[in-house]
Design a binder for this molecule. Structure first.
Ligand SMILES: NC(=O)c1ccc[n+]([C@@H]2O[C@H](COP(=O)([O-])OP(=O)(O)OC[C@H]3O[C@@H](n4cnc5c(N)ncnc54)[C@H](O)[C@@H]3O)[C@@H](O)[C@H]2O)c1
Length: 256
């Protein structure tokens, strides 16, 4: 694994207790970053807290709750200042990986409550976290925001309409915010992975997983480390001339 320089950089990773987010946390930590994990899974957060890693802070946060996100931001800054204190320290990066798939059903059969829950977590949660951190980054004139969208947001997977719609909206949110902050030293990008084997697979039907694999020209699932590699580069200071952009991670599936 190549090392990126995250010395005295502090990055929040939502959904960092599992799957893709967890791999991003590992790679950032291995590259010298201080990492703050925001995740709703209290047991996993407790596991991370018990591990007591000096460069990691784990908080139980539901990303759909603006008040919880605001207080997590305050707590995260307290951790950064308390542990590392140096002049100019703050939140340098935000990775929004928290998400769910929702049921695999046709639009005709899709429950309204299920639809709203997917949009609430996958879209509104990203908006709430982007908003909470963007102002801080703008004030410091530096920041890297990376949202985890999906190739489903480009293509619209059958039997995953809410998920696909939420991810398409995350792509659009990324483009809007990227332009708004383009002259403020803050970049905002997203990645669009195809299927990656993580605990999220337990939320999908076997038929849907087989469908997703069949669409990938490389003929295999992505690996969490492959997603983490690109995301961490986008979080680094080296990634300075890309914003409002969408980066493919689909084994050749995406055609635009
Ligand atoms: N796995 C894939 O095939 C795949 C493909 C493309 C995109 N993605 C996207 O990547 C991201 C991560 O997915 P994953 O595969 O690692 O899933 P995962 O289920 O392994 O991890 C998701 C994490 O998000 C957390 N989370 C869920 N709702 C939350 C909330 N309201 N507040 C805070 N945390 C919450 C969960 O507790 C979990 O730790 C998601 O946004 C997903 O849509 C995944």
């Amino acid at each position: 694994m190549h090392q990126l320089n995250f010395h005295q950089r502090y990055v929040i990773v939502t959904g960092g207790a599992s799957g893709i987010g967890e791999a991003i946390v590992h790679r950032l930590t291995a590259s010298g970053a201080g990492v703050i994990i925001w995740d709703v899974n209290h047991d996993q957060v407790r596991r991370l807290q018990d591990a007591n890693h000096p460069m990691q802070c784990a908080l139980t946060v539901d990303v759909v709750d603006p008040a919880a996100v605001a207080s997590a931001m305050t707590e995260s800054l307290r951790w950064v200042y308390g542990h590392f204190g140096g002049e100019g320290a703050g939140i340098d990066g935000l990775v929004c990986s928290a998400g769910i798939t929702g049921p695999n059903k046709t639009v005709i059969d899709y429950g309204v409550a299920d639809w709203k829950q997917v949009i609430e977590i996958n879209l509104n949660g990203v908006f709430i976290c982007n908003q909470a951190v963007a102002k801080h980054m703008k004030d410091r004139a530096y920041g890297r925001i990376v949202n985890i969208a999906s190739v489903a947001g480009k293509e619209g997977n059958p039997n995953a309409s809410a998920y696909s719609a939420s991810k398409a909206a995350v792509i659009a949110l990324t483009k809007s915010l990227g332009k708004e902050l383009a002259t403020h030293g803050v970049t905002v990008n997203c990645v669009t992975p195809a299927a990656v084997k993580t605990p999220m697979f337990s939320q999908m039907t076997e038929a849907h997983i087989a469908f997703m694999l069949s669409k990938i020209p490389m003929g295999r699932f992505g690996q969490v480390e492959e997603i983490a590699s690109m995301v961490c580069w986008l979080c680094s200071s080296e990634a300075s001339f890309s914003t409002g952009a969408v980066f493919d991670l689909s084994g050749g599936r995406a055609t635009y």
